[in-house]
Ligand binder design. Structure first.
Ligand SMILES: Nc1ncnc2c1ncn2[C@@H]1O[C@H](COP(=O)(O)OP(=O)(O)OP(=O)(O)O)[C@@H](O)[C@H]1O
Ligand SMILES: [Mg+2]
Length: 105
């Protein structure tokens, strides 16, 4: 299993969630976050904003579906401008369903 954390533009979050659902990926956690990337935020006039709002999707998926999920997020969140977002992938050791005590997704 892998954990996917994807930071996307808030205005793209619904498209991302819809695209995932259409492809059969329902389970996810969403969070409103702030952060900054390589450009250290944005400068508008003489104001420097270094906390840019994003929506973070957190999903744990089977290894063989990671590439498809990345592709969907990429396509749905893309504008071509700085700040489109970032996707991080990391390994997950174990998942447990509390209701059934079942191990795995
Ligand atoms: N290295 C990082 N570690 C943790 N969070 C990050 C990192 N890089 C970006 N983020 C998060 O992702 C959000 C979006 O980043 P952003 O799209 O600006 O990435 P970027 O690498 O600067 O790409 P771009 O050049 O397209 O702007 C940031 O606001 C921040 O929340
Ligand atoms: Mg950036």
């Amino acid at each position: 299993m892998k954990m996917i954390r994807a930071m996307v533009r808030p205005e793209k979050a619904e498209d991302v969630a819809d695209g995932l659902e259409v492809a059969g990926y329902y389970a996810l956690t969403k969070m409103n976050v702030v952060g900054r990337g390589k450009q250290k935020g944005i400068i508008v006039g003489n104001l420097h904003y270094d906390e840019i709002p994003k929506v973070m999707f957190m999903m744990v998926v089977e290894d063989e579906t990671v590439d498809e999920v990345i592709k969907i997020v990429n396509e749905k969140a893309f504008t071509g401008n700085f700040g489109d977002g970032k996707i991080f992938i990391s390994p997950v050791e174990k998942a447990v369903t509390i209701r059934t005590n079942q191990v795995g997704l």
